[in-house]
Write a protein that binds this ligand. Structure first.
Ligand code: GLN
Length: 189
């Protein structure tokens, strides 16, 4: 299993560590030519969505990646990665890949409660630790989107066909089950 990890900015090294621990091979996507390599799945890490979005356009990678997601490449977006996937942002006029039919609110927990850790159920995995860092949440999901987890009534994890989006950071905990679930999605493809 070969996973490409978008490595323009943010928490990409942490994802690579988890993916390798689970036995996957991974490589970093830093420039357009890295997209020529074979990948069974793609990870969009957390970080700053505005910075990643700007670099994706400047480096001429946005359209190529978007097309591949539409064609079925399994993709896993965490936090800012979820923002990149979202079809709508409720508090920001921007749109990046726009392939995941949900409305996401950026920095949804405000500045004070910007970061926190909790535990909640995620389908079909079970109870897992969840670390939120200036996190978004999903305000609404269109038909066909499966809600996998909620925290305090807000949606924090969804799956839509080949796309998995979570508003927390599973790569910073020692529980690797969300990544294992994603690798399973890549295997099944
Ligand atoms: N607040 C960031 C954004 O809007 C996301 C934070 C994160 O990825 N940890 O892009």
């Amino acid at each position: 299993m070969i996973i490409g990890v978008l490595a323009l900015q943010g928490a990409f090294v942490e994802h690579e560590r988890v993916l390798r621990a689970l036995g996957a091979e991974c490589f970093e996507i830093r420039q357009r030519k890295d997209l020529e390599r074979h990948m069974d799945g793609l990870v969009l890490p957390g970080g700053e969505s505005t910075v990643m979005g700007k670099l994706l356009v400047e480096l001429d990678m946005l359209e190529n990646i978007k097309e591949r997601i539409i064609q079925g490449l399994p993709v896993f977006g965490t936090c800012a990665g979820l923002i990149l996937l979202a079809k709508n942002l409720s508090n920001d006029g921007k749109k990046y890949f726009g392939t995941l039919p949900v409305t996401v609110k950026r920095n949804a927990y405000g500045r004070q409660l910007g970061s926190f850790a909790t535990e909640a159920e995620m389908k079909p995995i079970g109870k897992i630790p969840m670390t939120f860092i200036r996190a978004p949440y999903i305000e609404s999901a269109e038909e066909g989107v499966e809600v996998l987890a909620k925290v305090d009534g807000n949606i924090v994890a969804v799956r839509y066909q080949n796309q998995l989006g979570v508003s927390f950071h599973p790569e910073v905990t020692e529980n690797h089950s969300v990544h294992a679930y994603f690798l399973h999605m890549c295997e099944k493809r």
